[in-house]
Design a protein around this ligand. Structure first.
Ligand SMILES: Nc1nc2c(ncn2[C@@H]2O[C@H](COP(=O)(O)OP(=O)(O)OP(=O)(O)O)[C@@H](O)[C@H]2O)c(=O)[nH]1
Length: 373
C-alpha cells in the first residue's frame, strides 16, 4: 500500500519519463534550497542583521522563480527549443541574481552567501557540458565580484574592502573546486552513458545473431522453431507452410565459387523478403533451403505468392553467377488447420515431401500437398 502510494506521489510530482523525472527533481531540490535560505534570511532579519523588506522581496523572487521552473519542467509544455541546457543557463542566472542579492542584504553574515556558489556548478553538471559549467562559474564569479565592489564602494563601513577582497578569494576557491568536481563527475557520467549505449548495441547485436542467419539476415532455424510453436498455439488459425529449395545450387558453388553461391543466397533472400507480407515468416531452414510460414493464407493464395516470387527472381538475373543465370527453386506447399504443434509439424513434413516431388518432376515448380485423407 505504502510503496504504491509513494510511487503515485512520485509520478504526480515528477512525471514518468526518467529524463523529465531527474530534471524536475533537480528543480524541486532547488526550490527546497530557496525555502531554507529564505528561513535563514528571516532569522537574520529577526536578529536585526538584515533588512526585513528586502528579505521578503528576495524570498518572493526566489520562490516564484523556482515554482516557474518546476511547472515548466513538470508540465512539459516548454517549446522544443527550450532544452535542458538552455533552461539550466536561465536557472543559473536566476540563482546567481538570488545569491548576489542575498550577499548584498546579509550584512555581517554575508560570508554564508558565498558558500551557496558551490551549488551552481553542481546543479549545472546535470545539463551542461564541462565547458559550459566553467563559463557559468566565471559569469557567477564576475557578478558576485561586482556586488562586492559596489557594496565596498557605497557602504565601506559595513562592507570593509579588505573583507570583500577575502570573500572574493573564497568565492574563487569555492567556485573553482566545485567546477572541477562537476567536470570530473560530468566526465564519469558521460563515460557511463557511452558504456551503456555500447552495451545496448552489443545486446542488440547478440540478439540479432541469436535469432537471425548471418548470411541472409533471415530468421534462423532456432528462432523459426519458436515462431512456429507460437503460430501452432493460436487456436483455429488456418495457415500455409512452404518449403523452398534452390535448384542446382551446387553447380553455382562448383563453377563460380562459394562467394558467388553466398551472393545467390543473399539475392534470393532479398527478393523473397520483398515479396512476402510482413506477417509472414521467411526462415533459412538449411543450406539452400527456406521455410515460409504464411498465416491466414489459403493454399491458392500461397501458390500465388510463390508464383510471384518465381517471376520476380526471373525478372532479376544475377550477373555475378553467369550470363543469363536466374535463381529458380522447387517448392512444396501444405495447408495447416491450426490444430496444435503436431498438426504444424505434419504440415511441414508434407510441404517437404511436395518439395522433393517438385525436384523429381523437373524442378522450377511448386507443388501443393493437401491434408492427407
Ligand atoms: N555458398 C554456399 N553454399 C552452401 C551454403 N550452405 C550449403 N551450401 C551448398 O549448397 C549445396 C547444396 O547442394 P545440393 O544439396 O546437392 O543441392 P542442389 O545442387 O541445389 O541440387 P538440387 O537441390 O537437387 O536442385 C552444397 O554444395 C552445399 O555445400 C552456404 O551457406 N553458402
Amino acid at each position: 500500500m505504502l510503496p504504491s502510494a509513494m510511487r503515485f506521489l512520485g509520478n504526480l510530482l515528477l512525471g514518468r519519463d526518467p529524463d523529465q523525472r531527474l530534471h524536475t527533481l533537480l528543480t524541486l531540490v532547488g526550490w527546497t534550497t530557496c525555502v531554507l535560505m529564505s528561513v535563514a534570511h528571516y532569522a537574520e532579519a529577526v536578529l536585526g542583521l538584515a533588512d526585513e523588506a528586502n528579505t521578503s522581496w528576495l524570498a518572493v523572487f526566489s520562490t516564484i522563480g523556482a515554482l516557474l521552473f518546476y511547472l515548466l519542467m513538470r508540465s512539459g509544455v516548454a517549446p522544443q527549443w527550450v532544452t535542458h541546457a538552455r533552461l539550466s543557463w536561465v536557472q543559473a542566472s536566476w540563482a546567481t541574481v538570488a545569491i548576489c542579492w542575498a550577499y548584498a542584504l546579509s550584512g555581517p553574515a554575508r560570508g554564508a552567501a558565498v558558500l551557496l556558489l558551490v551549488l551552481l556548478p553542481l546543479f549545472g553538471m546535470f545539463s551542461l557540458t564541462p565547458r559550459q559549467t566553467w563559463r557559468m562559474a566565471v559569469a557567477a564569479y564576475l557578478a558576485v565580484a561586482l556586488v562586492m565592489a559596489w557594496k565596498a564602494q557605497v557602504e565601506p563601513e559595513r562592507y570593509d574592502p579588505r573583507i570583500e577582497l577575502l570573500h572574493l578569494v573564497f568565492a574563487g576557491i569555492v567556485l573553482s573546486v566545485s567546477s572541477v568536481l562537476a567536470t570530473l563527475i560530468g566526465r564519469l557520467k558521460r563515460q557511463s552513458e557511452q558504456e551503456r549505449s555500447k552495451l545496448a548495441c552489443a545486446l542488440e547485436r547478440i540478439e540479432a545473431l541469436a535469432t537471425h542467419d548471418e548470411l541472409t539476415g533471415l530468421t534462423n532455424r532456432r528462432a523459426a522453431g519458436e515462431r512456429l510453436r507460437r503460430a501452432a498455439r493460436e487456436p483455429g488459425a488456418s495457415m500455409c507452410v512452404a518449403m523452398i529449395d534452390l535448384d542446382r545450387f551446387k553447380q553455382v558453388n562448383d563453377s563460380r565459387g562459394h562467394a558467388v553461391g553466398d551472393e545467390v543466397l543473399r539475392h534470393f533472400a532479398r527478393v523473397a523478403r520483398q515479396t512476402v507480407r510482413a506477417e509472414d515468416m521467411l526462415a533459412r531452414w538449411g543450406g539452400e533451403e527456406f521455410l515460409l510460414l504464411m498465416p491466414a493464407t489459403t493454399p491458392e493464395q500461397a501458390l500465388t505468392v510463390l508464383a510471384r516470387l518465381r517471376e520476380r527472381l526471373r525478372a532479376a538475373p544475377l550477373a555475378c553467377a553467369g550470363a543469363g543465370y536466374t535463381v529458380t527453386f522447387s517448392a512444396g506447399v501444405a495447408p495447416c488447420g491450426g490444430a496444435g504443434e503436431a498438426d504444424l509439424d505434419a504440415a511441414i513434413a508434407r510441404a517437404d515431401d511436395a518439395m522433393y516431388r517438385a525436384k523429381r518432376e523437373g524442378r522450377d515448380r511448386t507443388l501443393l500437398q493437401p491434408v492427407a485423407a
